[in-house]
Write a protein that binds this ligand. Structure first.
Ligand SMILES: NC(=O)c1ccc[n+]([C@@H]2O[C@H](COP(=O)([O-])OP(=O)(O)OC[C@H]3O[C@@H](n4cnc5c(N)ncnc54)[C@H](O)[C@@H]3O)[C@@H](O)[C@H]2O)c1
Ligand SMILES: [Zn+2]
Ligand SMILES: [Zn+2]
Length: 396
């Protein structure tokens, strides 16, 4: 089959690779009908996640049709011919963590757990196409994908919606939703979100679904005007980090107290225009003295009102420098974060799609065949051609 493989930092290619096969008795093979590129994939391509090997198939936002199931798959949950969305974390559904709804912390699905133990204290769940730190599982930017524990990790979908309406249940819709749901938003709350990428866009829609009074979205009008426009279309006020002082503007908009909820939907590759934001992190990451650039996170902590909540869906992988612990502690802030517990949110968010409250397809700007995936990575990474979200079709 054809699949998108990681070759080296900044280099991906579509190659012929062996078809996946049933390896364990509860596996399924899914023929991928749609698969998307995520900001998290950029961290792999940009070399920020060190546990990649040449030839790894990436991609963790996929859906398709079940082609084959192993002998022990519970066929009342998933069967050949079913249309399914595949959540990006791989979960067992039955461990201490899964039973508490912490699906991305599953204790049973990461066969390379020793690496996570060393880095994080305890390993987290396996993730499709997301390095050997999360199990080394082949990803879904391919014609077919093997789904372990298929009766837990294939979420059956109704026939009466398009792929683009359902695909983002695999990741970014639940990710935006969980980032807000974590913050116990009250009706007159102001939610500020850093980053108007696909995750930021779903933070904005979810904040309104969950009753926020106002959403303020921050990104770079010079680099990505189309993303700020999409944020405004979703009802947010916007701040241009290029031409405005984010802290000053946020305080001005909140009568001097700061937003109740501050959400970092940027993650480890933030850019900025201040000394700390632009020069310090770049120099330190280039010298391998820091593993990431937490500029948006620092700003979120500094801007948040006393007693407020900072929620971090943006991905971090290692050790960040100069986190303002003094502000965090003295202002009594709450921090919420995590890889998304996707399985927990699928039924609820499917209902929002069914009711028409959210049509997730709004975020798609590019639809391309899998064969053009390297080009798709380039325009998504470099924010060219108005690219906000790419959906790849392995069949076209
Ligand atoms: N927690 C999870 O389970 C989960 C799931 C999906 C994605 N993510 C993470 O969420 C983050 C966003 O994903 P995405 O797909 O939207 O990525 P993206 O790269 O498309 O978007 C990031 C946006 O942040 C903006 N940005 C950069 N620096 C900024 C700053 N200092 N202030 C404000 N905006 C800034 C960029 O211009 C860009 O528009 C990534 O870190 C990704 O890995 C996490
Ligand atoms: Zn993702
Ligand atoms: Zn589990």
């Amino acid at each position: 089959m054809k699949a998108l493989v990681w070759c080296a930092p900044r280099k991906v290619a579509v190659e012929d690779v062996p078809d996946p096969a049933i390896l364990n008795r509860r596996d399924a093979i899914v023929r991928v009908t749609s698969t998307a590129i995520c900001g998290s994939d950029l961290h792999l391509v940009d070399g920020f996640i060190p546990f990649m090997k040449p030839g790894d198939i990436i991609g963790h936002e996929s859906m398709g049709i079940v082609e084959e199931v192993g002998p022990d798959v519970d066929r009342s949950k998933v069967n050949v011919g079913d249309r399914v969305v595949v959540p990006f974390p791989i979960a067992c559904g039955n461990c201490f963590f899964c039973r508490r709804g912490l699906w991305s912390c599953c204790d049973n699905t990461n066969p390379k757990a020793h690496m996570g133990d060393e880095l994080f204290g305890q390993a987290t769940a396996g993730i499709f196409g997301y390095s050997h730190l999360t199990g080394g599982f082949a990803g879904g930017q391919a014609e077919f994908v093997r789904v372990p524990l298929a009766d837990v990790n294939c979420q059956k979908m109704p026939p009466d919606f398009t792929d683009e309406q359902l695909l983002f249940l695999s990741d970014i819709f639940p990710t935006g939703y969980m980032a807000v749901e974590h913050c116990n938003v009250q009706p007159d709350d102001t939610v500020a979100v850093w980053g108007c990428g696909p995750v930021g866009q779903f933070v904005i829609r979810s904040a309104f679904l969950l009753g926020a009074g106002r959403v303020i979205a921050i990104d770079d009008e010079k680099k990505v005007p189309e993303r700020l426009q999409m944020a405004r279309d979703g009802g947010a006020l916007t701040i241009d980090m290029h031409d405005e002082y984010v802290y000053d503007r946020l305080l001005e908009l909140t009568c001097g107290i700061g937003p109740d909820v501050c959400i970092d939907a940027v993650g480890m590759e933030a850019h900025g225009y201040t000394m700390l934001g632009s020069i310090y992190d770049k120099v330190k990451t280039n010298l391998f003295m820091e593993t990431e650039r937490p500029h948006a996170l620092r700003q979120a902590i500094t801007c948040c009102r006393k007693g407020g909540t900072v929620s971090i869906p943006g991905v971090y992988g290692g050790l960040s420098d100069k986190i303002p612990m003094g502000a965090l502690m003295n202002k009594g802030l709450t921090i919420k974060t995590g890889q998304t517990h996707v399985h927990k949110y699928v039924p609820e968010l499917l209902e929002h799609i069914r009711s028409g409250r959210v049509d997730p397809g709004f975020v798609v700007t590019h639809r391309l065949p899998l064969s053009e995936a390297p080009h798709a990575y380039e325009i998504f990474r470099d924010k060219k051609d108005g690219c906000i979200k790419v959906v790849l079709n392995p069949a076209s």
